[in-house]
Design a binder for this molecule. Structure first.
Ligand code: FE
Ligand code: ZN
Ligand code: FE
Ligand code: FE
Length: 208
């Protein structure tokens, strides 16, 4: 293990030296004007790691456009359904925004399976099938949904920071837009919990 790490560090240093020899400033298109990337001090490999991360969240967002409708169908509280419906629209916009990011980077928009999001979606499906429709399933949907939002917040936070290190200001501001939407969606779900879960449990008691 330690040996591997040392080997990797050695390889990274070696790659860095090779890179330094061949280093050219990569021109970057910005609104038709050519801008020079200021990411020259970023470590070797960060750009590729960054693009891989974009492909991962691209897969995740696309998977969510299919998963959120199932959550809406399973939700009882109108407020929860509204919150999810609103975020479904935002999510579709985030897919498009990522495509803008790929275009800006002159990379092909390729989705690479995100194991973490696949797991989070599976967990949401499990909760929905294990609970009775009503306030407890709503609570489960919110809990699972917030785990999804937190994963997305972590991902966009990291990617936006990398974009900054790589000197990709336009891309960074696009990622910050999605990051803000994920944070707002998370906060909205926290608000909904109180009213949806507590209020609907009162209704259920009355109905019983
Ligand atoms: Fe998202
Ligand atoms: Zn992911
Ligand atoms: Fe992932
Ligand atoms: Fe989200």
């Amino acid at each position: 293990m330690v040996k591997n790490i040392l080997n990797n560090q050695f390889l990274l240093k070696k790659q860095k030296l090779v890179k330094m020899k061949n280093e050219k400033k990569v021109p970057q298109k910005t609104n038709g004007k050519m801008a020079v990337s200021t990411g020259g001090n970023a470590p070797e490999g960060l750009h590729k790691f960054f693009v891989d991360g974009l492909k991962d969240i691209y897969w995740a967002e696309k998977a969510l456009t299919k998963a959120i409708p199932k959550m809406i169908k399973n939700a009882t509280s109108a407020e929860l359904r509204d919150a999810l419906t609103n975020h479904l629209e935002e999510t579709k916009g985030q897919v498009t925004r990522l495509e803008e990011v790929f275009t800006n980077l002159e990379e092909r928009a390729v989705a690479k399976k995100c194991d973490a999001m696949e797991g989070l979606i599976k967990e949401a499906e499990g909760i929905m099938s294990e609970t009775d429709k009503g306030s407890m399933r709503d609570a489960g949907i919110i809990a699972a949904g917030q785990k999804v939002e937190h994963y997305e917040i972590a991902t966009y936070g990291t990617l936006a920071a990398y974009a900054g290190l790589l000197g990709l200001q336009e891309v960074q501001s696009l990622l910050h837009e999605s990051l803000a939407e994920e944070k707002a969606a998370d906060e909205k779900l926290t608000e909904v919990t109180e009213r949806a879960v507590m209020a609907s449990s009162e209704t259920e008691e009355q109905e019983a």
